[in-house]
Design a protein around this ligand. Sequence first.
Ligand code: TGC
Ligand code: FAD
Length: 388
Amino acid sequence: GQTFRWDDPFDLTGRLTDEERMVQDAARSYAREALLPRVVAAFRDEVFDRAIMTEMGEMGFLGAMLPEQYGGSEASHVAYGLIAREVEAIDSGYRSAMSVQSSLAMYPIYAFGSDEQKAKFLPKMAAGELVGCFGLTEADGGSDPASMKTTAVAVDGGYRLNGGKYWITNSPISDLAIVWAKLDGTIRGFIVERDFDGFTTGKIGDKLSLRASITGDIGLNDVFVPEANILPGVQGLRGPFSCLNKARFGIAWGAMGAAEFCFHASRDYVAERTLFGRPLSARQLVQKKLADMQTEIFLGFEGAYALGRLLDTGAWVPEAISLMKRNNCGKALAVAREARDMHGGAGITGELHVMRHAMNLETVNTYEGAHDVHALILGRAITGEAAF
Ligand code: TGC
Ligand code: FAD
């Protein structure tokens, strides 16, 4: 008969394809060998190591779902999710760097770009030679991107962009930015390159979350963008939201990867810690906490897996992504906080990682659509009433 595997109760591994298992193994080895040793210092010092992008490029993690011609390997959505899971098990900031490059910078060029744009940018982005960022949010209210103030005006040979973006992952190290701006009132995407006059990026400091990820702003002061750099294939909010669909799906996997790390760490810790003459692991309260963590984590993975298969076959809708993004981020945050508690005082130290995960997941619960905003997306679908 089968035995119950506490670390894979529904045999998720057994339901992956051979390719997906290979991707998972590669991502796990890379994350544990190359990312884990540097994350404590990176988080403490608030630095992002640019070399990580090149390393991830070499591993084939950037734009993995795209065709080979553009540097991808036509990986499945589940494979993309598995990369996010393993990378975020180390740090949500490292997964952010991967997500933004793959889903928010490469995907829009692939889905909505011209052949020239794809050939010019995608292979170098897949290799991590060029870093992209995604400028949708502005300082006056990220949940409502339709209210953006950044504008584009048609001029001879292209467009003039004015405005600014805030809270932009990777902007200070980016070679290009996908900037969403209103052209005659309609949202359009523009590829803004680093050397365009009037394009500036500043670093946002003093974050207490995602410190191993670099976040910044974007300034656009009369930036001339040539005609060749507008994304011809999309108009309206569908453009940025199509990218967010992919990224939110990856986050549903990634957040659970962070939670899974916290679950494993807590299990190890309570087995080692003896109080009142017995290990903590022999206590009912402690066991209940572990069972609750396990339940939420593996239900979360099941949902993310089912959604990945729907995305692979095309039989998905955005609300299903909202449901999984919201659930898995909220539950992962709760798991990380519980793990911190179970580690006692030691749980607040950098070297045990759990508090860093909890602090990171505060952001993950907010970006890519805040927890309550996804509730409102679901609420609209349930009731037919938009309550935003
Ligand atoms: P709404 O009327 O709902 O829709 C406007 C148009 O967009 C279309 N659309 C979608 N298309 C594809 N996929 C989706 N998920 C879509 N959702 C909407 C829709 O069909 C419509 O098209 P059309 O042709 O009819 O015009 O728009 P609204 O303004 O009422 O939207 C409200 C709301 C709350 C749903 C939306 O604004 C929202 O999702 N807000 C959250 C914003 C957000 O997620 N920002 C993320 C910024 S990027 C980021 O955080 C990166 S962090 C990454 C990292 O570091 O990992
Ligand atoms: P607000 O929209 O001001 O929301 C504040 C609160 O109000 C939230 O609790 C929200 O749930 C709630 N709320 C909002 N609307 C309603 C409503 N109608 N009813 C009830 N409650 C409501 N953006 C990018 O474009 N690119 C990036 O690369 C990027 N990276 C990021 C990295 C980090 C570290 C962070 C923190 C953010 C990043 N963001 C990025 C921005 C992110 O998407 C926004 O922070 C997010 O969408 C929320 O917007 P806001 O911060 O302006 O909060």
